[in-house]
Design a protein around this ligand. Structure first.
Ligand code: PAF
Length: 282
């Protein structure tokens, strides 16, 4: 695996591949890799000539400085894992490298039609502005054919698809299924910060989503949201931030069940003060 720390060196390397019309698959990450990330790398390796993984903890998408400071960093074990799954290129730039003068304000102005201000957008102000800023910058550097994102961050996936469409970027955005622990907990870099008790309880989030899925279309949308909120809040380790049922494409809040489109249930829950998100198609 080739490791690049600078934009200049990575660009020179990729220029040659792009001239040779090679398909580049890209998996952007913030590191602290887990099997969910590795599944994206494997999928990219199957579908492209070369796979680039970036590890960059992007400060502009954190609305809370202690969350940024405590975000797990594990570059050595990450590098070892990437070698095991035969990733071709690791790009691990510094903050200065990504936000060089002149690049900082280059966030594209896009009409997201409200998808960036619901759910995560309500509770993590400016979060998607930072995500769009860094993903656009990384896309400009890597120039991928295909880019891979997990459905755990489903709203992020929809926002990025919208950005690519709106800017007419020649990149296919590929959403990949959530990889879960044996007890159903969605894999996340934040899971390592859970206490033992928090971790033991955290699988209950997905179990609740599964029961809600069975009851979708039977109960009313508002009753189902209330049931999920109450059941999760009844766990002494949990504090629900939001429960939402929304259209899978527009992310507009659902008030009545629709047969003609797909709806998803989204939750954000603090488990022992660690904020976890999850979602399920209903
Ligand atoms: O999902 C993530 O890990 C991040 O939001 C991303 C897409 C790498 C941008 O920093």
């Amino acid at each position: 695996m080739q490791v690049f720390l600078t934009v200049r060196e990575l660009s020179m390397f990729l220029d040659i591949l792009l001239k040779a019309k090679k398909k580049i698959g890209f998996v952007p990450t913030m590191g602290a890799l887990h099997p969910g990330h590795l599944s994206l790398i494997k999928k990219s390796a199957e579908e492209n000539d070369i796979t680039v993984c970036s590890i960059f903890v992007n400060p502009t998408q954190f609305n809370n400085s202690s969350d940024l400071a405590n975000y797990p960093r594990a570059i050595e074990s990450d590098t070892a894992m990437l070698k095991v799954v035969a990733c071709d290129v690791l790009f691990a730039p510094s903050i200065e490298e990504i936000y060089r003068q002149g690049e900082v304000n280059s966030t594209p102005s896009i009409d997201f039609q409200g998808i960036e201000v619901v759910m995560e957008g309500v509770y993590r102000k400016e979060h998607f502005k930072g995500v769009v800023q860094v993903v656009k910058r990384l896309f400009d550097i890597v120039r991928p054919t295909n880019a891979y994102f997990g459905e755990k961050d489903y709203q992020q996936l929809v926002v990025i698809k919208k950005m690519v469409k709106s800017l007419k970027l020649p990149i296919s955005i590929i959403g990949c299924y959530i990889v879960r622990e044996v007890d159903g907990l969605a894999m996340s870099s934040r899971n390592v910060r859970l206490s033992n008790e928090g971790r033991k309880n955290a699988g209950f989030i997905y179990k609740t989503l599964l029961v809600a899925k069975q009851n979708a279309h039977k109960a009313s949308v508002s009753d189902l949201k209330k049931w999920v909120t109450d059941v999760l809040n009844a766990n002494e380790y949990f504090r629900v931030e939001y429960v939402e049922i929304a259209d899978s494409t527009t992310l507009l809040s659902t008030h009545e069940w629709q047969q003609s489109s797909s709806q998803r249930l989204f939750v954000a829950v603090f488990v022992d003060e660690i904020r976890l998100i999850d979602n399920i198609v209903l």
